[in-house]
Structures are given as structure tokens and as C-alpha cells.
Design a protein around this ligand. Structure first.
Ligand SMILES: Nc1ncnc2c1ncn2[C@@H]1O[C@H](COP(=O)(O)OP(=O)(O)O)[C@@H](O)[C@H]1O
Ligand SMILES: [Mg+2]
Length: 225
């Protein structure tokens, strides 16, 4: 199998919860595919995303990145994969207020020890329409602009897969549409795979896989256009 990311019967158990917050789940994600997960608050969506994204080891089961079992790799290898190949966008943007927009965008590069490429930062900022804000502090930007900074930060490393956890949760309708367009463009133009937790599934007008999460059980609803 030539899969980018594959989870095999992963589940998550916390001592404080009576049952598994994520029950045995398997999923395969290939290059450029869009996977959308819907579900009520508390159903286990963020936990599942964290396990897929290399952030939270499952209690049982395995996650394979290009056929390598992610969580049994040495921590330095795992960090390299998270840093180079995965991008994360969260509902709370997690921007650092003391850093300028430019510094926030370039932050992941410092962890990777790669040469800073100013031109690439500016190219991405132009694409996302935040170029004129590069030297400002995030608090001076609107919610939509801040979320685009968070997306810029997620793609500065050219990831193969982006995990987005309710990325439009705090945004108005127009900004939400724009945000989804940005993510979908990345997927179609650059073959980036997307795993999105969102209720904005109707805004995705190209084929994608749709799932519903209910009490820790992921159910596939088939491929939607
Ligand atoms: N670190 C943790 N310790 C204990 N319980 C947790 C932890 N993280 C999440 N949970 C519980 O797991 C369940 C699913 O949470 P979550 O994955 O955040 O759901 P969702 O993202 O769908 O709202 C919730 O009941 C939550 O309280
Ligand atoms: Mg959540």
C-alpha cells in the first residue's frame, strides 16, 4: 500500500473517562485527498486528529506515515515528520502576540533548522492576502486575517498533509468561505492532503470523504461532491 497516512484500529482511553473517547478507528489518507469529519462537541474529533497528527499516541493501534509506524520511531524522527510533513491549523489560532506576523509565520522553520527564505514567506503572504500585515503584531489583525496567518504558518514548511481542527469556528460566513477556498486550493494545486474537522462541508465543492463522529465512533458517509 502506498498510503501517505494510515491509522489501523486506533483508540484512545483516559482513566478519567468510563469508555474510550475514540473507539477502534481505521482510516487511510492519500496525497491530495480531502477528508472532512463532522460531529458534536465531545465526540472525540480533536483526539482523533491529534492521534493522526503525531501529537497524541493512541492507547491501542498504530498510525503509519508512509508505512512507518509513527509512534515507535525515536522522538527525534517523529518531530522531524511532524515538522516537515505535517501542518496544523487550530480554531484558536495560537499565534504568539509578541511576535510579528512574519515571525509567527516563520516560527516552524526555526525548529527545523532550515535556511530562512524571506521570498517564500512573502509569496505565501501575498497568496493569502496578508502581505501588508507582515510587520504588524497579530492582535492588530481581524479574526480572518489571524487565521490566514495561522494557515501561512502551517504551510511555510510545504507539508504533505494539513490537519485543521474547526479552522473556521470563530469566523463570519464570508471569511469562512475564503478560508475554505485557501485550504482547497492548496489541496488541488499542491496535492496537499487535508483532514478537516468542520461543519462547513457544504463549502467544499470538489470530491471529498465525509465522516461523522459520534461517541468516539467514526462512520464514513462515503465520497461527496
Ligand atoms: N487529556 C484528556 N484527559 C481526559 N479526557 C479527555 C482528554 N482530552 C479529551 N478528553 C475527553 O475526550 C472526549 C472527546 O474530546 P475531544 O476529542 O476534544 O472531542 P471533540 O473535539 O469532538 O469536541 C471528551 O469527553 C473529553 O472530555
Ligand atoms: Mg474539538
Amino acid at each position: 500500500m502506498n498510503c501517505l497516512l494510515r491509522a489501523e484500529r486506533i483508540s484512545k482511553f483516559y482513566n478519567s473517562n468510563a469508555s474510550n473517547v475514540v473507539k477502534s478507528t481505521s482510516i487511510s489518507i492519500n496525497k491530495g485527498e480531502i477528508h472532512v469529519i463532522e460531529g458534536k462537541s465531545g465526540s472525540g474529533k480533536s483526539t482523533l486528529l491529534s492521534m493522526l497528527g503525531g501529537i497524541e499516541p493512541p492507547s491501542q493501534g498504530s498510525v503509519f506515515y508512509k508505512n512507518k509506524s509513527l509512534y515507535i520511531l525515536p522522538e527525534t524522527e517523529q518531530a522531524k515528520i511532524r515538522g516537515n510533513s505535517f501542518g496544523f491549523v487550530f480554531q484558536a489560532f495560537h499565534l504568539i502576540p509578541e511576535f510579528t506576523v512574519r515571525e509567527n509565520i516563520e516560527l516552524p522553520l526555526h525548529f527545523l533548522n532550515v535556511q530562512n527564505n524571506e521570498l517564500r514567506t512573502e509569496e505565501i503572504a501575498r497568496e493569502l492576502d496578508i502581505y501588508s500585515h507582515l510587520d504588524k503584531y497579530p492582535n492588530y489583525l481581524s479574526g480572518g486575517e489571524q487565521q490566514r496567518v495561522a494557515i501561512a504558518r502551517a504551510i511555510i514548511t510545504s507539508p504533505e498533509i494539513i490537519f485543521a481542527d474547526e479552522p473556521t469556528g470563530n469566523l463570519d460566513q464570508k471569511t469562512t468561505e475564503k478560508m475554505m477556498d485557501v485550504l482547497i486550493n492548496l489541496s488541488t494545486m499542491k496535492d496537499v492532503a487535508l483532514v478537516i474537522v468542520t461543519h462547513e462541508q457544504k463549502l467544499i465543492r470538489i470530491p471529498h470523504y465525509l465522516y461523522t463522529m459520534h461517541d468516539g465512533v467514526l462512520k464514513e458517509n462515503g465520497e461527496h461532491v
